[in-house]
Unconditional design. Structure first.
Length: 369
């Protein structure tokens, strides 16, 4: 009987322990304080973040594009007639003036023909002049005078044709500019179309680029452009829009624009790849936020707007960017404040508190790098 009593006591204790474990959440905890209960009901503490008000300012609207530099004038110097190269009067890379003689071809035969044709023309003119004098005395018929007049005109025409052929043997610079590489040597036989050299006027550079048709209304002749080239680091070139193409490419929905840039130092070379920033007007009272406030997710941009100590995840549309600042074209209001730190930890509706005393004034843009 004593043994059965012990077994009964042990079983009762085991059952009580099992029931206590199963219903532990509903049982009152001894020593549980009211402070712990209140803390659990209140949730996690506010997250410290830096908060700044948005900034309003007038900005210049710009679009970026890529373009190719072209010479103001460019030509490939070629031969117009066949002949042997007799003289080369230029050096590679030389600056030449308009009309400078570059190459002379052997033109001995043409020169001899000119002498003969000039003599024939002079003889025809002499005969015509004598006939005009004799017609006054009726010693020669008018028909003969007309015949000699036509003969003189024909002889003069043959002379001018040979002179033009002779001039083709002298190759001149059509405009002032810089010569390229020489493609011929002394004594070489050249034929019409053979390349002699190239000539470029690079005192002014034509920069061509394309812009989308959606911004065409803000583009006009005289708009300011700034350009940079990877081959010329830390150099910024300024120019103006000189021409806007009259047609829009139906495939790309873009229009070609040409800007002119002064190139007095001859540092920009034709064919150079350049990036372009085109000013297309001013935006008054634009809403700006620090770039640190932007959170990119899935191709969209978000900011956390702080209202009444809570963070609200807000999708925004980003427009123009400035050093350290980004324009918000949709999603924010004039009196909003945004978080610029702790964005990865923030969640929509999370409680926040200022990590530092509130900033006075508007955010200051970072200096351009």
């Amino acid at each position: 009987m004593k043994l059965w009593g012990q077994v009964l006591v042990v079983g009762t204790v085991a059952i009580a322990a099992a029931l206590a474990f199963i219903y532990r959440d509903s049982l009152p905890l001894i020593g549980k304080s009211e402070t712990v209960t209140a803390s659990r009901q209140a949730g996690p503490p506010p997250l410290p973040v830096d908060i700044v008000p948005i900034k309003r300012m007038d900005i210049t609207r710009t679009i970026e594009a890529v373009g190719t530099a072209q010479a103001n004038e460019a030509v490939t110097i070629t031969a117009k007639s066949s002949g042997l190269v007799e003289r080369i009067n230029f050096q590679e890379g030389q600056q030449v003036k308009t009309g400078s003689i570059l190459v002379e071809l052997d033109a001995a035969e043409s020169s001899a023909n000119i002498s003969a044709l000039r003599a024939a023309r002079d003889a025809a003119r002499l005969a015509y002049d004598r006939a005009k004098q004799l017609i006054e005395t009726k010693a020669v018929a008018q028909a003969r005078v007309d015949e000699l007049s036509k003969a003189y005109e024909a002889a003069d025409g043959r002379l001018r044709a040979e002179q033009a052929k002779f001039s083709d043997s002298v190759i001149r610079a059509p405009f002032a500019g810089k010569l390229g590489l020489r493609k011929v040597s002394l004594g070489a036989l050249v034929r019409p179309g053979d390349v002699i050299t190239t000539l470029d006027d690079t005192t002014v550079i034509k920069l061509e680029f394309e812009i989308p048709e959606t911004v065409l209304s803000g583009v006009a002749v005289g708009n300011t452009v700034t350009a940079m080239a990877g081959a010329l680091p830390n150099r910024v070139f300024e120019g103006t829009v000189s021409t806007i193409d009259s047609r829009i490419d139906p495939a790309t929905r873009a229009v070609r624009v040409r800007a002119t840039i002064a190139n007095p130092e001859d540092v920009i070379k034709p064919g150079m790849f350049m990036t372009v920033a085109l000013s297309i007007g001013r935006v008054p009272d634009a809403i700006m936020v620090p770039e640190e406030a932007l959170l990119a997710q899935g191709g969209e941009q978000f900011v956390f707007v702080i209202r009444d100590g809570k963070a609200t995840r807000t999708r925004v549309t980003v427009g123009q960017r400035l050093p350290g600042l980004a324009q918000i074209t949709n999603g924010l209001h004039g009196d909003d404040q945004v978080a610029i730190t702790g964005l990865q930890q923030l969640r929509d509706g999370a409680r926040v508190r200022p990590a530092t005393p509130p900033m006075s004034g508007n955010p200051t843009p970072k200096p351009a790098s």
